[in-house]
Every structure is written in structure tokens, then in C-alpha cells.
Design a protein around this ligand. Structure first.
Ligand SMILES: Nc1ncnc2c1ncn2[C@@H]1O[C@H](COP(=O)(O)OP(=O)(O)OP(=O)(O)O)[C@@H](O)[C@H]1O
Length: 283
């Protein structure tokens, strides 16, 4: 019955106060099944608080929340096994061996992944017999992810999953998330401060500022939301010229005619998600 719920997450008028400080102020959000949704926002905006409420780890002050059809504040039996949380608490299990820990956690789920296959998927086969304490930061992060998805969750929460990873490990992690979303049809909610990561991974992005979700949209739609689209720069008459245009073709033709084929110091740059983000949070 619960599985007939069309959306993975539905949030209406969500409010959260710590004492007298209001941290979430009427958040409205829907995440469709199978979506990778990325929550962006400055430090202290309320992202972790919101994720903890959706995971059922924090009691909200007000509003309606449904996660996989249930209220995470009062989940039904079996609900917790349907969500995956990538946590760092496994570091307390430093003496466990990687493969043993994964097999132990798999034993708590009705239909878990095969631990050996999952180790291959996250690139930790060579570390199967290593104690958790001996893993590097990036390897631990992969183990965190393996532990978060071992129970084949329908919805996975990732709070700043690539913080501290080097560029190669980060790219491998992106491939892993895309693969999990594609092959398992998993819904994924992640937070990050890396806008390139958000652009690369997310089907939709939401920007949370001071406890309010001020906009949601696809990365492409958000990138051109607050500006004309393309920035063209060139040098002329001893100075720098800059124009923002929706379609640069006409301007480029005009510059070519004016200068011949080599327009001095020509730069053409699409407006990025970062431009919109900085513009929106700066307002
Ligand atoms: N347990 C708590 N008690 C009191 N205030 C808290 C608690 N947890 C978070 N806060 C406050 O709530 C606000 C939102 O914090 P939260 O961690 O949700 O933000 P965030 O968007 O995840 O930030 P960051 O990007 O820095 O991780 C902050 O002002 C923080 O100081």
C-alpha cells in the first residue's frame, strides 16, 4: 500500500526550531521516485537539519512530511530498511574487517546486496580483509556508501558525501552514484557545497537559504535563471568590453566583421550554476 505513493519525499510547510531559533521556515519540497535531488545552500542554511528530519533522526517542530509514504516521525514497520543513510559512525568499528562489517550489516536486511559484489562496485575488493582503521579517508567514504546501500534502499540520503575526497575519488564516487541511480532506480537526496558536483549528478537542484527553499529546477534551468545566458568579453580601444546576451551568434558575427577573424582576447562563457547560486544567495 505504501509503495503506491508516487513521490519519494513530500514536504509541506516544514518548520524546525532549536530553542527560539527558527532554522527551517516553511519548506515545500517534492522529490519524485528515481530522482537525484541535490540540496545546495550556504553553511547553516538548514540542510543537515532537513535531512535528519527526513531520515527520522530528528523531530520536526511543524509541517507535513512523507518519506516513502510514511511520516518519518512515526514510521511503520519495515520503513527504516527501505531508506539508506550514509553515515560516518562505522568508524567506531575500527577493528572490524571491511568484508566482515559489510556481511554483518547485510544480515539485518531482508534482501541485501551480495557483500562481495558490492565491494567490487565501490572498488574495495583489495581491502576486503583490511581493518576499517587502516582505510584511507576516500576508502572509508566508499565503505560508508557500501554500508548505506547494502540493504537495497529505495531512497538514499548523502550528506556532503565527497567532502575531503581527491578529484579522482570524487569522480569515481560520481560514477557510483549515477550507476546506483540508473541500475537500481534508487532515489537519492544529497547535499554538497561543490556546484560542479551538483551540476554533474543532479536531475534537480534546490537552493536552501536561511531555512527557506528559494528555488528548485534542473541544473540547466537554474544556470540561466538570473542572467541572460552567455558572457562575451573582448579587448577594444585599449580596454576590456563585456556583454551578456541570450544568443551570442549575432554579436560574434558583428565582432568578426569588425575585427576580421581574430577578435582580440575573445572569451565566450555560458553562465553557470555558480553564477546563479551566488546571485540568489547574495540577494
Ligand atoms: N542540535 C542543534 N542545536 C541547536 N542549533 C543547531 C543544532 N544543529 C544545528 N543547529 C543550528 O541550525 C542551523 C542550521 O544547521 P544545519 O547543520 O542544518 O545547516 P547546514 O545547512 O547543514 O550547514 P553546513 O553547510 O554548514 O553543514 C545552524 O545555525 C546551526 O548552528
Amino acid at each position: 500500500m505504501e509503495r503506491a505513493e508516487p513521490d519519494a519525499v513530500s514536504v509541506r510547510e516544514l518548520r524546525m526550531c532549536y530553542g527560539r531559533t527558527e532554522v527551517l521556515r516553511g519548506v515545500e519540497l517534492t522529490i519524485r521516485r528515481g530522482e537525484i535531488f541535490c540540496l545546495l545552500g550556504p553553511n547553516g542554511a538548514g540542510k543537515t537539519t532537513m535531512i535528519e528530519i527526513l531520515e527520522g533522526h530528528r523531530r520536526r517542530s511543524g509541517g507535513e512530511v512523507r518519506v516513502l509514504g510514511s511520516d518519518p516521525g512515526r514510521p511503520g514497520p519495515g520503513w527504516r530498511a527501505r531508506i539508506g543513510v550514509v553515515s560516518q559512525s562505522w568508524r567506531d568499528h575500527a577493528q572490524w574487517r571491511v568484508g566482515e562489517l559489510l556481511s554483518y550489516v547485510a544480515g539485518h536486511y531482508p534482501d541485501p546486496h551480495d557483500p562481495a559484489e558490492l565491494l567490487t562496485l565501490v572498488g574495495l575488493t583489495a581491502q576486503r580483509d583490511h581493518p576499517v582503521a587502516r582505510l584511507s579517508g576516500g576508502q572509508r567514504r566508499r565503505l560508508d556508501v557500501a554500508l548505506g546501500v547494502i540493504g537495497r534502499p529505495e531512497l538514499l540520503f548523502l550528506d556532503e558525501p565527497t567532502a575531503g575526497l581527491d578529484p579522482v575519488a570524487r569522480r569515481q564516487f560520481h560514477d557510483l552514484v549515477t550507476q546506483l541511480s540508473g541500475t537500481e532506480g534508487m532515489t537519492i537526496l544529497l547535499t554538497t557545497h561543490d556546484l560542479t558536483e551538483a551540476e554533474r549528478l543532479a536531475h534537480r537542484i534546490g537552493i536552501l537559504v536561511q531555512g527557506r527553499l528559494i528555488t528548485t529546477g534542473t541544473p540547466a534551468a537554474l544556470a540561466t535563471m538570473t542572467t541572460a545566458g552567455t558572457e562575451v568579453r573582448w579587448a577594444e580601444a585599449g580596454g576590456q568590453r563585456r556583454e551578456l546576451v541570450e544568443d551570442p551568434s549575432a554579436l560574434l558575427r558583428e565582432l568578426n566583421e569588425r575585427f576580421g577573424c581574430a577578435v582580440p582576447e575573445l572569451q565566450v562563457r555560458r553562465q553557470s550554476l555558480e553564477d546563479t547560486y551566488l546571485d540568489l544567495i547574495g540577494r
